[in-house]
Write a protein that binds this ligand. Structure first.
Ligand code: TXA
Ligand code: MG
Length: 318
């Protein structure tokens, strides 16, 4: 997949202040040296992201947390021990030395040790923190393959490491641990029950969440308007759009509905659904349909992150 020469070239680019496409188990990141404000500025410029939005710092291991966080509550340490390396990001009070480019000017910093073997090799060889937002243009669907990154940012990013399709497929769960307060800022594969099993009850409503783009209603959106429909209402919705002369793309389990212009078969398990969701949405977005119909997935805690992402995709401003 990714040879030692490619890893070495990627690390050399990072050391020179350049940015690279980096596979992680959640989504692909646009990575740069988190200690180099020029590299971080380049990330923001390429994404077209407002500079007030903070980025996640990816670390090779838990031992580097104190370089970034001035305080690590016991609950945060317990979460790191249980879920790192893995798809969990922890927001902590930042050290004064962490640049405002990384924190968006906030007094906190978001940290994660990713599990993907390629990300780990790069981080180990680089030896420091890598700022890496998802490698998509601001407000668009996160990439889950190297091809997605090249399609979005190929003109600006010379090195995109191909680590295969991301195993989780949805962005990491974000938990803030500030003082005694623990809150989930963004749902992901690591669910609330799993977190509460480690740290006890967490607050549902987030007291923090200033300037978290993931909390902007219209985030993660395809270009094509997206509607969520109940499974039992799909045939009627398809018929109504067809009568109005609209081309229809559908993401649904089961059979291809007629007369859909495009259809992708949704997995019936939450992990499979999450893994494929962004690729499905990208492909359905490419067929030139007038509307994407997504059959509402089942309820239940393991579907929470999926409901969150498709709700945001549907909330896109028209
Ligand atoms: O799975 C992921 O988290 C991926 C991979 C590449 O690691 N990264 C990712 O980054 O999704 P990004 O920038 O697309 O989303 C990071 C989220 C944003 O919603 C950002 O506002 C939030 O993390 N965030 C970063 N620092 C924060 C902080 N100090 N306080 C609150 N939220 C923060
Ligand atoms: Mg993102």
């Amino acid at each position: 997949m990714v040879g030692p020469d490619e890893i070495a070239a990627a690390v050399a680019a990072l050391q020179a202040g350049d940015v690279i496409g980096l596979p992680t188990e959640t989504v692909y990141g646009l990575a740069g040296d988190a200690s180099n404000p020029v590299a971080v500025a380049r990330i923001f410029a390429i994404k077209g992201r407002p500079s007030s939005h903070p980025v996640i710092v990816h670390l090779p291991d838990v031992a580097q947390v104190p370089r970034w966080a001035r305080e690590t509550p016991a609950a945060a340490t317990a979460l790191m021990q249980r879920f790192w390396p893995g798809p969990l990001t922890i927001v902590l009070p930042r050290r004064a030395s962490v640049s405002a480019a990384v924190t968006g000017g906030q007094d906190t910093v978001a940290l994660r040790v990713p599990a993907h073997p390629v990300a780990r090799q790069v981080l180990d060889a680089f030896g420091g923190g890598l700022a890496a937002p998802s490698a998509n243009r601001y407000g668009r669907i996160s990439p889950t393959t190297a091809a997605h990154v090249r399609a979005d940012l190929g003109n600006e990013v010379r090195i995109v490491l191909d680590g295969g399709p991301s195993e989780v497929g949805l962005e990491s769960t974000i938990v803030a641990c500030i003082g005694q307060q623990i809150s989930i800022l963004r749902p992901g594969r690591v669910g609330a029950e799993a977190i509460e099993a480690v740290v006890g009850p967490v607050s549902g409503a987030s007291p923090v969440a200033p300037r978290v783009p993931g909390s902007v209603a219209s985030h993660y959106a395809p270009h094509t308007p997206l509607e969520i429909v109940e499974a039992v209402a799909l045939d009627d919705a398809v018929a109504a759009h067809a009568r109005a002369g609209r081309r229809i793309a559908v993401l649904a389990p089961g059979e291809r509905p007629n007369p859909a212009a495009a259809w992708r078969s949704a997995a019936t398990d939450s992990e499979g659904y999450g893994r494929a969701l962004y690729d499905h949405l990208r492909r359905l977005d490419e067929v030139g349909a007038d509307v994407i119909l997504v059959v509402r997935p089942p309820d239940g805690p393991e579907w929470l992150a999926i409901h969150d992402r498709i709700r945001r995709a549907a909330a896109r401003p028209r």
